[in-house]
Design a binder for this molecule. Structure first.
Ligand code: CA
Length: 536
């Protein structure tokens, strides 16, 4: 009798499993999905990564003081990993008097608001367990005016008698900054209580470092050692074009010096630098032979990605631009890794740029995630979070984890405007909706993690398939070639692949807005509005 009940129960379970199989339910979201192209993961362990940019302050709070912390990042690593990211960029974590912490007062410590060095070591360990690389902001253009180097240098200058010149053997820190007896052109501020001035090109409380100083460079090398020994995998170099204004060759020399030093310690070390400028200038910076620069040409409201989504730039032009990036950057550094992104912490969020239109945000994500290099996603972009106006604090508001559960929610920067409302549901809600923006990001990241050619392949345009708002490219990496077809229009498109480079390829995966299918019958690829298909 007991046996009979067990077999009856088993039969029911089997039947249910079969039924579920027919309906192709997503096991996580329980949504009915038509997608049947999930491939095995093929994640290569190199410096091509999918990066998630985190402003720790507004991310996740574990000790209920309203400020995000390193333990909060550790707590959310499974969320990050599950999204498909395998790299994290933390905005500055070192002690600083400001909420954004881009003015450092101690290069070898953790800001107490964010936790302790032990918390950092645990975060690094937990990242590495999940094959996530962790890079941090290394701000060497300037320090905080509260940094002991600056304080000691100013105290020394105050003690000099009239006309007496500073002597770095008495106070080495006078060489660390740009001090001058007269108010130089540029932004110079008086050293109070003395006849001296110092350069602070961003702000009076951010004195510029003198990166020509060998003593300072040695100090920065020791700082790099400190973080590399703790397991940090790379640096994001802030304000690289301002090390010395209008001197690309000097700035390239600084980047090359630090990169060479760090790769000598760890051959896998990664560096990505901020040169907020047009393509021709970014191209020159690749002459530093450091691997990555953020691709500002593609980013923000006026960049290639948003323009393509808006139809201000054609799909064909998007493919042409991918090829142009490759040509320009590889000419300066054959080992370059492009670093495309939609927005970062200094920019109006992409949701605002695209009027919070879900289909457009999905398309923007799809375009980004089919680009070469290491894409960077600013926290909250995956759930369509908004900013407000151009005030920095409003671009750095609390991550919207849940509408009902306050756990981990941060208060955000003090000067942030109240009531900045996201037009999209919380991360928690979006996780349960198979067609949410968040799940679109997940699928797009999954495609990258299934197809290493997307990040690394040499791009060739498929001329025959480029017309108006449809376009195609092939990418070849290590003798493996994939095709990528774009339909950025509002209409369905039918493309005949016969006789093109894509002829004979099969669908390998795709991105559609709300679960629509892409089909390939008798050489004709039928793509719904705003969709992207990967073929192989
Ligand atoms: Ca906290």
């Amino acid at each position: 009798m007991r046996k009979k009940i067990i077999s009856a129960a088993l039969a029911v379970v089997l039947l249910l499993a079969l039924l579920a199989g027919c309906r192709q339910e997503d096991p996580v979201t329980k949504n009915k999905i038509k997608y049947a192209y999930e491939q095995d993961l093929n994640v290569i362990d190199d410096n091509y990564r999918n990066y998630y940019e985190i402003f720790v302050y507004s991310f996740y709070d574990t000790d209920e003081d309203g400020i995000g912390d390193l333990n909060g990042v550790t707590e959310k690593l499974d969320y990050i990993k599950d999204m498909g990211f395998n790299g994290i960029w933390l905005m500055p974590v070192m002690p600083s008097p400001t909420y954004h912490k881009y003015d450092v007062k101690d290069y070898c410590a953790i800001d107490p608001e964010y936790g302790t060095m032990e918390d950092m070591e645990r975060l690094i360990e937990e990242c590495h367990k999940r094959d996530i690389r962790l890079i941090i902001d290394f701000v060497i253009n300037h320090t905080s005016s509260q940094h002991p180097w600056f304080q000691e240098a100013c105290a020394y200058l105050r003690g000099l008698s009239d006309g007496e010149q500073p002597d770095s053997s008495e106070c080495p820190y006078v060489d660390y900054y740009h001090f001058s007896e007269k108010k130089e052109s540029g932004t110079y501020y008086p050293v109070s209580g003395s006849d001296w001035y110092y350069e602070g090109s961003f702000w009076s409380e951010m004195p510029d470092l003198n990166l020509k100083s060998d003593a300072l460079r040695e100090e920065l090398e020791e700082t790099a050692d400190f973080w590399l020994e703790r397991g940090i995998d790379g640096f994001r170099m802030d304000a690289a074009m301002h090390f010395e204004e209008n001197s690309t060759s000097f700035n390239n020399d600084v980047l090359n010096w630090l990169y060479t030093y760090c790769t000598d310690q760890n051959p896998d070390f990664y560096m990505v630098s901020e040169v907020w400028a047009g393509l021709s200038i970014v191209e020159e910076y690749y002459g530093s032979k450091t691997p990555s620069f953020f691709n500002f040409d593609g980013a923000s409201a006026e960049g290639l990605l948003v323009k393509t989504v808006r139809g201000q730039s054609s799909a064909e032009n998007f493919v042409d631009q991918m090829i142009q990036y490759e040509e320009l950057f590889s000419a300066e550094n054959p080992d370059y890794i492009d670093a495309p992104f939609l927005t970062n912490h200094d920019m109006v969020r992409v949701a605002n740029n695209l009027m919070s239109k879900e289909e457009d945000l999905k398309m923007a994500c799809g375009l980004l995630m089919t680009m070469n290099g290491s894409p960077f996603v600013y926290y909250g972009e995956e759930i369509g979070m908004s900013s407000k106006g151009t005030k920095d604090e409003n671009k750095r508001i609390p991550m919207f984890w849940s509408d009902t559960d306050e756990t981990g929610m941060t208060d955000g920067p003090q000067d942030m405007d109240p009531g900045i409302v996201s037009e999209f549901p919380s991360a928690e809600e979006q996780l349960t909706d198979g067609y949410s923006l968040l799940n679109y990001y997940k699928r797009a990241l999954r495609l990258r993690n299934e197809n290493p050619e997307i990040a690394r392949g040499t791009v060739t345009k498929v001329e025959a398939l480029c017309e108006g708002e449809t376009a195609a490219a092939v990418k070849t990496w290590q003798d493996s070639t994939i095709g990528i077809v774009y339909n950025t229009s509002e209409e369905e498109a039918a493309l005949n692949l016969e006789g093109t480079e894509l002829s004979g390829m099969k669908i390998r995966g795709y991105l559609t807005l709300d679960g629509e299918e892409i089909t390939l019958d008798d050489g004709t690829l039928t793509m719904p509005a705003k969709s992207i298909c990967i073929l192989k």
